[in-house]
Design a protein around this ligand. Sequence first.
Ligand code: F0G
Length: 431
Amino acid sequence: MAQFKCIRCGQTAPANDNYVCPCGGLYEVHHDFGDISLDHFDVKLSNIGSTWSSGVWRYKELINPELDPRHIVSRPEGNTNLYKRQKVSEYAGIDGIYMKHEGENPSGSFKDRGMTVGVSVAVERGNRKVACASTGNTSASMAAYAAQAGLEGIVFVPEGMIAYGKLAQALAYGSKVVQVKGNFDDAMGLIRNGAKRLGFYILNSINPWRVEGQKSIVFEMLQQRRWKSPDWIVVPAGNLGNTSAFGKALRELKQLGLIDRMPRIAAIQAEGANPFYKLWHSVDKKLEPMKPETIASAIKIGNPVSWEKALRSIRETDGVVEQVTDNQILDAKAIIDSSGVGCEPASAASLAGARKLRDMGVIAKDDQVVCVLTGNLLKDSETTINYHIKGVSARYSNKPVVVEANLDRIEAVLSQGNDPAPGQEVKNLGD
Ligand code: F0G
């Protein structure tokens, strides 16, 4: 039977709605796994159209074995592609670099993988009100799943700091949107303090069931690779739910004897929102909250909730934590976008980080590397458009041209041919 176990003091508790142990440590789900074989997951791939074809619920035995399937709320999610593009390999200087595109989930981000599990547990427990704080994607995902399950959804978002695509989703799916005058960390604090008083079930990654669902990114990626571990998994890091989930997934697979080698995790932060990077490079390994600033609004977080779990993931996988500048994020995004794959800004921190780690000699040219693209290109059109139209330091901008409605003029402009192909470096920039 699954239990909650404190990651700080090791105490166990029933898997209910306390997210935090009396000692202050976060809980994680502790399973008693039965016999599990990899064939089992391969067989499920043929269950087209059923709940088990979901890229989350295919691994139910590793995520929430006891959940009554009647309570599952699924779109279904996952089954996202693993892309390889020459241009991306050249940019990173790594031959075997792949992108696992989590922006292909139903609401356009990896959050759906944790949310299907969190909302299904809420339904099983009889919760009617669910809530989260969010930089945008969690709110979009929760709003969608709450709508499907017929639950009341409440989302706290930092006013003016989330991308329009995400705000539009939360509004459209019908959750109550509370725009908090403050940043994500303020909104998160309100959610944690307000859950009992306002009577809602928290669906942030502080909820251990969200983390269970996000483990499936690793399960599915490994299954796509015929269960052969890459050398590295590179992931953008904000609130550190994914970093935590990936380490737990790998630990459990290793304990079950389902993989013989763990990939190393590289968690990549934006330079202006880098408390985990600073922690990793500090002596005492304690988190110092900071005021975050980055163009990648999804990871604009200064006080990440899951830092202790994430620290364990990095340690156990012999991982690293690196930081990249906003310009590096946007340039890497332009490369991913112009390779035809596309992603939202925070996602590109993974490629920017892989390139930096390659330059530093941490990642080798012939390593197998999987970068996780966390969100869809369309989530944050404003940033993309600003990069191409106004981007003063945009190395790969693809400026549109304005031409009179006249074929001669258009032909003249097109024949100038001076514009670089998308993704090619532009020498003279700026408006
Ligand atoms: N990438 C995207 C697109 C995200 O939306 C987030 C987190 C992350 C990366 C960072 O992942 O928190 O697991 O380290 N977004 C949250 C939200 C905080 O509210 O949507 P993490």
